[in-house]
Design a protein around this ligand. Structure first.
Ligand code: 9WN
Length: 442
């Protein structure tokens, strides 16, 4: 039978999970599958940590920001000394090839969704509510300028059309690695004969191979790294040459949201007004780009394949991106929210909990155990819940929260869950699942 922990036990067990993943220099994303620091995981991890110890939360975020590249990019992985994950620092070779990459700690050469300002907002609020004003003040002073530079990097290097739609150069940058969103653009990524041999280390750390991307998908992931190595991770050359270049509507919506959040924090903490204004301008532009991606046929927002010069209408959870940042006409937005909560998505009668899965169970491509092709990801639900609260949709946010807590009550803190049975999938004791649960419990 599925365990069903009460909230006190669940919170204790989440805290225990985080301390188990604490290796002294960082909290790893998961114990065995992910023995390093991932950029967007750490943003979420620091939110949960703040409930336990705000100073520790601030340190975690600062550790990530300490690995920021000299040009402003926050890398997607900050490597620990641990081994057991492929591709590791040698395969990336970032520091050897690009002088903007730090020599220590070692990092990967790409980035992940810009959710860090949201984490900063949460930590600062939690710190203030606990009377830890000094921690909030110090963290704002150190983190704000770094996050500003990170956002500036994204605008400078990842808005190739100048429309506000941010581009990614690898599916890993979306955080939704093998989502069907990327099937069409990945079909144009053809690994060359000079792809160096490699051994995957992720297989065997999950119950079934199907819970992870296929070998053919991995070949493409690794080939894109080879392409980037050839141009020494030069940010603009990567955008010019990568055979994968996609305007990511979900990343763009998160960026619009994060720019507003960072602007608010900047106003509160006396940052230069021109920078605050600039952030609001970036938010406006990216919000408009997200709204312009709305597809009246599906009712969802689309990604844009910039290599194939076409819209990607694959229906996934990312299509609800406009609900995160706003910008759609009121009636269109209302219809989108109704779709999200309706029978094709969170309201589907066969679901274990009423949480939107990564792909609709109604979709022919729905694979309930396959990573980003169907399972439920608590962290994505957290993002929608948080955005809904900001937007004044308290009832929807509360509903998501209680359904997610019901799903997570088994105490596994799985990376993702089978949407129809609630079975834990992928890694167990995944840090970001534990921390969003902690945040929901407070
Ligand atoms: C590649 C760590 C990361 C998450 C991503 C998730 C997965 C890595 C992998 O794990 O990606 O970056 O090896 O599968 O897709 O969102 O940040 O939890």
């Amino acid at each position: 039978m599925r365990p069903n922990l009460g909230s006190v036990q669940l919170a204790a067990s989440a805290a225990w999970t985080l301390s188990g993943n604490d290796i002294g220099t960082m909290i790893t994303a998961a114990p065995r599958l992910y023995p390093h620091m991932w950029s967007w995981d750490t943003a979420f991890i620091s939110i949960g940590l703040a409930h336990l110890n705000v100073a520790r939360a601030a340190r975690e975020l600062e550790t990530l920001l300490g690995a920021q590249w000299r040009d402003g990019m926050i890398p997607h992985i900050v490597f620990s000394e641990g081994t057991g994950y492929f591709p590791g620092p040698e395969r990336w070779g970032a520091a050897e090839l690009n002088t903007d990459a730090p020599d220590s700690p070692r990092t990967s050469g790409i980035c992940q969704p810009p959710v860090h300002a949201i984490a900063l907002r949460r930590i600062v609020d939690i710190a203030r509510s606990q009377g830890e004003r000094d921690v909030a003040f110090r963290l704002l002073r150190t983190a704000w300028p770094k996050l500003y530079r990170w956002h500036e990097w994204l605008v400078r290097h990842r808005d190739p059309l100048g429309t506000g739609m941010l581009a990614i150069v690898h599916g890993w940058e979306s955080g939704m690695d093998n989502s069907p969103r990327w099937d069409i653009p990945y079909s144009a990524v053809v690994p060359g004969p000079d792809l160096p041999a490699y051994v995957r280390l992720d297989r065997g750390l999950v119950a079934e191979d199907a819970e992870r991307p296929s070998d053919a998908e991995y070949d493409r992931y690794l080939w894109l790294i080879e392409e980037m190595r050839k141009v020494r991770y030069d940010a603009d050359a990567v955008v010019r040459t990568s055979s994968f270049l996609v305007g990511d509507v979900f990343v763009t919506a998160l960026f619009a949201l994060a720019c507003e959040v960072l602007a608010d924090l900047g106003e509160e903490s006396g940052q230069p007004p021109w920078r605050v204004r600039q952030l609001r301008g970036w938010a406006r532009r990216s919000r408009a780009a997200v709204a312009a991606a709305h597809d009246p046929l599906t009712g969802l927002a689309r990604d844009r394949d910039l290599r194939g010069d076409r819209w990607l209408s694959t229906r996934t959870i990312a299509g609800f991106a406009p609900l995160l940042c706003g910008g759609l006409p009121a009636d269109t937005e209302k219809a989108m929210l109704a779709t999200l909560t309706g029978p094709e998505w969170a309201g589907h009668p066969a679901l274990f909990a009423r949480i939107p899965p990564s792909v609709s169970p109604e979709d022919t491509g729905f694979r309930p155990r396959e990573y980003w092709r169907g399972p439920v990801w608590p962290v994505i639900a957290w993002l929608f819940g948080w955005a809904f609260e900001q937007r004044g949709w308290q009832a929807e946010a509360a509903h998501l929260r209680s359904e997610c807590l019901r799903l997570a009550a088994d105490g596994s803190f799985a990376e993702y869950y089978h949407p129809l049975t609630g079975e834990p999938l992928g890694s167990r004791q995944q840090s970001w699942t534990a921390t969003v649960v902690l945040d929901w419990l407070h």
